[in-house]
Ligand binder design. Structure first.
Ligand code: NAD
Length: 455
């Protein structure tokens, strides 16, 4: 398996400077929008096949998400791509200093299966906006969406600038051997280490969008119905297979029962008495993951749900009370529809619980206490945070999205994405006006004194 020819062709095209042209970039971005809009029903059907995604959910989080991203980017592209002036200190005067964003070259985008369209096309929007060529590798675990992307991308986008490779670990390994100018990987932390090790061979910069256990603290002061509705939506969307879904809840002992009751009422509101029959509830990506998630339920105190069906990749929206802290449910990212609720003493203990563990991709708080919310933002290190809501920060295009530490490296979305896939080149331009001799040898006491004074 050798993708050298494909890669070399992209590199050569990049060297012709076509992709730097802003009009070309805008036209390609519009083509990405056309690709999702013209083929919306095919994508919704592919996402239903791969993940049982309800159409409205797929539209909100995949097709329309990408179309809005294109609109947002096209409106601001000229501004982002312009040189950015900075002040020039006295020692470099007369002179003009600026930052010139420039494309990096050819970017490899490796997608994950849980949002198989968005996780390829949203990075591609940023990569093209920044003036690069791209090779995209959709996840083999969402094969229908992967095949559709592989068919449509060459029909809509400049084939010389954007290429698709389908496949799994073998194909990705072969791609990782090539000297890309940037690698963007979305997925789990284990493979991220393989990606980073391969990138190190060529000193290629990486963006790693990973996961982790995103906690939610619910304070006694929170409005329980609104809290439960927002958490239920974020947790059970895509059957819990969302990197920024609430992984577990921390709350006081007295809140455990009313919060469980409120969440159960929301499950019934959203998915009815039998979620398995609901058209609004998705499926687990495959039987292996269904088994992995359902195994977490052994010996747990299940308050709601708990039913599963391996063959049909179904796991009910489930709430587990006070799982053992060292159980696999509490040590691994759940990435499925099980929501543990853990009783803690107070807010300080909730913070300690979270900060003792890996820095998560998202950390949420529900509270009417402003000081507490501020302390949560100040004291808890996480990729992103939500106060009194989950996931919705991802709908704000100018909020950079990304993890920290084990939950990821680098950010994208809006200008952060443009900057991430650009090299921000520093330029100082000076006229031919004779300099004061102080910076040149031979050095001496007086020159040294003046230099110190100028500083
Ligand atoms: P996955 O199985 O689709 O793998 C991701 C990519 O890695 C695929 O393209 C796959 O082909 C490739 N891959 C798999 N094994 C490989 C190997 N040995 N060598 C090279 N490449 C290999 O997805 P996943 O890893 O199961 O994704 C789930 C994880 O991703 C969760 O942890 C989730 O939180 C995280 N995630 C993060 C984000 C984010 O934006 N931060 C978004 C979605 C998912």
């Amino acid at each position: 398996m050798d993708f050298t020819a494909k890669f070399t062709q992209l590199q050569q095209y990049f060297s012709h400077n076509k992709t730097r042209d802003l009009a070309w970039r805008k036209q390609q971005l519009q083509q990405i929008k056309r690709l999702v809009v013209d083929n919306e029903s095919a994508f919704l059907s592919a996402l239903a096949t791969d993940l049982g995604k309800p159409a409205q959910e797929a539209w909100m989080t995949e097709t329309s998400y990408v179309a809005s991203d294109v609109d947002h980017t096209c409106k601001r592209l000229h501004r982002w791509a312009k040189k950015r002036s900075v002040s020039t200190p006295l020692v470099a005067q007369p002179g003009r200093s600026y930052i010139q964003p420039e494309p990096q070259g050819t970017v490899l985008i490796i997608g994950a299966w849980n949002y198989p369209l968005q996780l390829i096309l949203a990075p591609l929007v940023a990569v093209i906006a920044a003036g690069n060529c791209a090779l995209v590798k959709p996840s083999e675990l969402a094969p229908t969406t992967s095949a559709l992307l592989a068919k449509l991308i060459p029909q809509y986008l400049d084939k010389n600038a954007v290429s698709v490779v389908e496949g799994g670990a073998d194909e990705t390994t072969a791609l990782l051997a090539l000297p890309f100018d940037h690698i963007m990987y979305t997925g789990n932390g284990q493979v991220a280490r393989i990606v980073m090790a391969a990138a190190a061979k060529h000193l290629t910069p990486v963006t790693l969008e990973l996961g982790g256990k995103s906690p939610v603290y619910v304070d006694d002061s929170a409005d329980l119905n609104i809290t439960a509705q927002r958490i239920a939506w974020g947790k059970w969307m895509n059957a819990g297979q969302t990197c920024i879904a609430p992984d577990y809840i921390l709350c006081s002992k007295r809140l455990v029962t009313p919060l469980t009751t409120a969440l159960k009422a929301q499950i019934i509101n959203m998915f009815g008495q039998e979620p398995k029959q609901s058209k609004s509830y998705g499926r687990i990506v495959n039987q292996r993951h269904t088994k992995r998630i359902s195994d977490y339920l052994a010996d747990q105190d299940i308050a709601v749900g708990g039913e599963f069906d391996l063959e049909n990749r179904y796991i009910a929206p489930t709430i587990v009370i006070n799982p053992a802290r060292d159980s696999s449910l509490m040590s691994e990212e759940i990435f499925g529809p099980i929501l543990p609720i853990i009783a803690i003493e107070d807010f300080a203990q909730a913070k300690a619980f979270v900060t003792m563990r890996d820095k998560p991709l998202a950390a949420y708080i529900f509270s009417k206490n402003k000081h507490q919310c501020q302390a949560w933002v100040h004291d808890v290190r996480a990729g992103n945070q939500g106060i009194n809501d989950v996931i919705m920060f991802n709908a704000v295009p100018e909020l950079p999205f990304g993890g920290v530490g084990p939950s990821g490296i680098g950010q994208y979305s809006g200008q952060a994405g443009f900057d991430n896939f650009s090299h921000l080149k520093s330029v100082l331009a000076r006229p031919f006006i004779k300099d004061l001799p102080i910076r040149f040898a031979p050095y001496g006491k007086i020159k040294f004194k003046i230099l110190r004074w100028l500083r």
